[in-house]
Write a protein of this length. Structure first.
Length: 145
């Protein structure tokens, strides 16, 4: 049965789905040298930024950077903050920053899942991620602050 809306495809389940994004079709191997160098460069950038915002803006700057970094990746800010405990960053800020980055990343991925797949699949991915993105920071706030 043809789709009622141009650009949408009807799946085997009979429901209409948005077309696959071209970017999703061209996934790269994360073990390739280019991907590894890109991750290394991003990690270095986040490490420099984390130390800079800690000096200039203090704890608030570190937490803001954690939220911004979580949009793209959680690994870089996690490694950066964990390493900064050796240079005096308090554990409360480190844990809070990592949870904020993970919450931000979960919301972004839930939004991506909803945008790409839509319908029930998008909701079944986005809803648990949204709950985790709220519960995690609340748990940290209750236990550490």
């Amino acid at each position: 049965m043809p789709s009622a809306e141009p650009g949408r495809q009807q799946g085997q389940d009979g429901a209409e789905h948005p077309p696959r994004l071209a970017a999703a079709a061209s996934l790269t191997n994360p073990l390739e040298l280019t991907a590894a160098v890109g991750l290394g460069a991003f990690l270095a950038l986040v490490m420099v930024l984390a130390k800079g915002v800690e000096i200039w803006l203090g704890q608030v700057g570190v937490l803001a950077l954690a939220a911004a970094s979580g949009i793209a990746d959680v690994d870089a800010i996690t490694l950066s903050l964990a390493g900064m405990t050796r240079t005096g960053l308090d554990l409360q800020t480190v844990v809070t920053g990592i949870v904020i980055a993970a919450a931000t990343n979960s919301l972004v991925k839930g939004g991506m899942a909803t945008t790409i797949s839509g319908g029930r699949l998008g909701a079944s991915v986005a809803l648990p991620l949204a709950v985790a993105a709220v519960v995690g920071p609340v748990a940290v706030w209750i236990t550490l602050w």
